[in-house]
Design a protein around this ligand. Structure first.
Ligand SMILES: [Zn+2]
Length: 228
């Protein structure tokens, strides 16, 4: 990995540990995954390295095999529209457009908005979508990724349910929630948003969600606070 390219790509991402291990994993990721620019986006090496390095952070201690089920990373210049279809109880088909900054397709690619990946200070769309990918390894995204031997599924579910319900409750009562309100959408979104916070703002995450922080540290096999 060229030093200048690495600095240009990740210099402002101060939550990323600048270690040989992350650089090596990033190179492997770039070799294994296929990046595609959508809507005529010309992907540069800086963009690819920036996305790959952030994507590798969650699997730094797990290994790239955890991303083995897909190969594509599609990058749009900005937020993108997807058409949604739903059939309601009466058999009526509803169609609408969603405007997205990222999407993790089950069994398919990760889709990202470069604009959101690079410039949205409220979220980390790369960590968010790749956390969904890990969650989907054992079926539909439900906020429970495949846990390691020695971890208790019941404990994970109880800890996250309590944190999620407390969060939704605070949101409903109009309290300042710190975490992105989008986390209230679904347990799987709560897991993805809390994963972003775990890596980006570990001290505050542990202060507010001590039990969930501990579960995340066990799952990701790393404690970002110990790096700081
Ligand atoms: Zn999401």
């Amino acid at each position: 990995m060229d030093d200048r390219l690495w600095s240009a790509a990740v210099g402002r991402l101060d939550f990323l540990p600048d270690t040989p291990k992350l650089r090596e994993l990033t190179l492997l990721f770039l070799a294994e995954k296929q990046f595609v620019g959508a809507h005529r986006l010309e992907l540069t090496d800086r963009m690819r390295v920036s996305i790959a390095a952030q994507a590798c952070l969650p699997v730094l201690e797990l290994g790239l095999d955890w991303y083995a089920g897909f190969s594509g990373v599609v990058v749009y210049p900005g937020d993108f529209r997807v058409r949604r279809t739903e059939v309601d109880e009466d058999g009526v088909v509803h169609e609408w457009d969603d405007e997205l900054a990222g999407e993790a397709m089950p069994g398919g690619p990760v889709v990202l908005s470069w604009d959101a990946s690079a410039h949205d200070p409220q979220m980390n769309v790369v960590i968010h979508e790749f956390a969904h990918k890990l969650d989907m390894l054992n079926g539909a995204a439900d906020g429970v990724p495949p846990l390691h031997v020695g971890m208790e599924r019941a404990r994970w579910i109880a800890v996250f349910r309590e944190a999620y319900e407390g969060f939704c409750d605070a949101l409903e009562r109009g309290k300042d929630t710190w975490l992105d309100p989008y986390a209230a959408e679904h347990e799987s979104e709560f897991f993805a948003v809390l994963s972003e916070a775990f890596f980006r703002e570990p001290a505050e995450t542990r202060r507010r969600y001590a039990d969930a922080y501990q579960q995340l540290a066990l799952f990701y096999r790393q404690d970002p606070l110990k790096r700081e």
